[in-house]
Design a protein around this ligand. Structure first.
Ligand code: 4AZ
Length: 263
């Protein structure tokens, strides 16, 4: 792999070969983006998605997303938590706007980072936060380890976040959402080669690009049938043709998450 770049709290990006990109275009299931204006998508609210959490620094500046799966448990990406401590992060629920002051702010009493995590492109990109204060919001269900069929190619998945609305663009003050089709494992491997770890990752996006997660969306949910099935992890740029977003394949980590949710 070459061209790896990493920024604080952002997923790794990789550069694949032109040949790989070309075969991805042939292998991916859906030809074009849906007519929407995250990148692409539409504004929404935490009323519509009450389990959608902002992960912030101690000054309540958002840098990642997370999903409330129990009143005091939030699933996010391991790469969001690298270098963080229970003192350095907050979780904010019920706040649709980055510049809002409403909702519920909790300190974090525990940070579990998947002990196998090294880098987003190696997989294992999952973390669970334990909150000091219970969130008074509806939680999300998450996939069980056996529900691997949710990732059938072409299945519609929903992405959510306050991340940038274009590659190298600015963050969205308001929560945004979009839908993207799940990409086959062979299609994702065509895009990303050996950086695609099939056991730990699932790709979603249009062959033509245009709709995707981007910087600041990391850690947030990929919902399939309204159930948490993935975690925004990494990708080559944002919404580029031939380079779908890469998400943590949560079925692989469901039992580990359950152990943390019960702890
Ligand atoms: C990031 O930097 C990031 N297009 C998140 C998602 C994707 C790329 C980068 C996928 O947080």
């Amino acid at each position: 792999m070459f061209g790896l770049t990493r920024a604080r709290k952002t997923a790794a990006t990789v550069v694949a070969t032109a040949a790989a990109a070309a075969s991805a275009l042939l292998a991916s299931p859906t030809a074009s983006a849906a007519p929407q204006p995250i990148v692409g998508g539409t504004t929404t609210t935490t009323t519509a998605y009450p389990f959608m959490m902002q992960i912030t620094d101690a000054s309540q500046n958002q840098f990642c997303g997370g999903t409330l799966v129990a009143p005091k448990k939030v699933v996010t990406a391991a790469h969001c938590m690298v270098g963080e401590t229970t003192s350095s992060v907050r979780v904010v629920g019920g706040r649709t706007y980055l510049n809002g002051t409403n909702g519920t702010v909790s300190r974090v009493s525990g940070i579990w980072i998947n002990p196998d995590y090294t880098d987003a492109t190696n997989g294992d990109d999952v973390a669970v936060l334990t909150l000091s204060t219970s969130m008074p919001y509806t939680t999300a269900k998450y996939v069980s380890s056996s529900q691997t069929s949710v990732y059938a190619a072409g299945t519609t998945a929903r992405i959510l976040g306050w991340g940038t609305t274009s590659e190298n663009g600015g963050s969205s003050n308001q929560l945004r959402t979009a839908t993207v089709p799940v990409v086959s494992d062979s299609g994702c491997r065509s895009s990303y080669g050996s950086d695609f770890v099939q056991s730990d990752m699932v790709c979603a996006g249009y062959t033509s690009g245009g709709v995707d997660t981007c910087q600041g969306d990391s850690g947030g949910p990929l919902l399939i049938g309204g159930v948490l099935a993935g975690i925004t992890s990494w990708g080559e740029g944002c919404a580029e043709a031939g380079y779908p977003g890469v998400y943590t394949r949560l079925t692989t980590f469901s039992d580990l998450v359950t152990a943390q949710v019960g702890s």
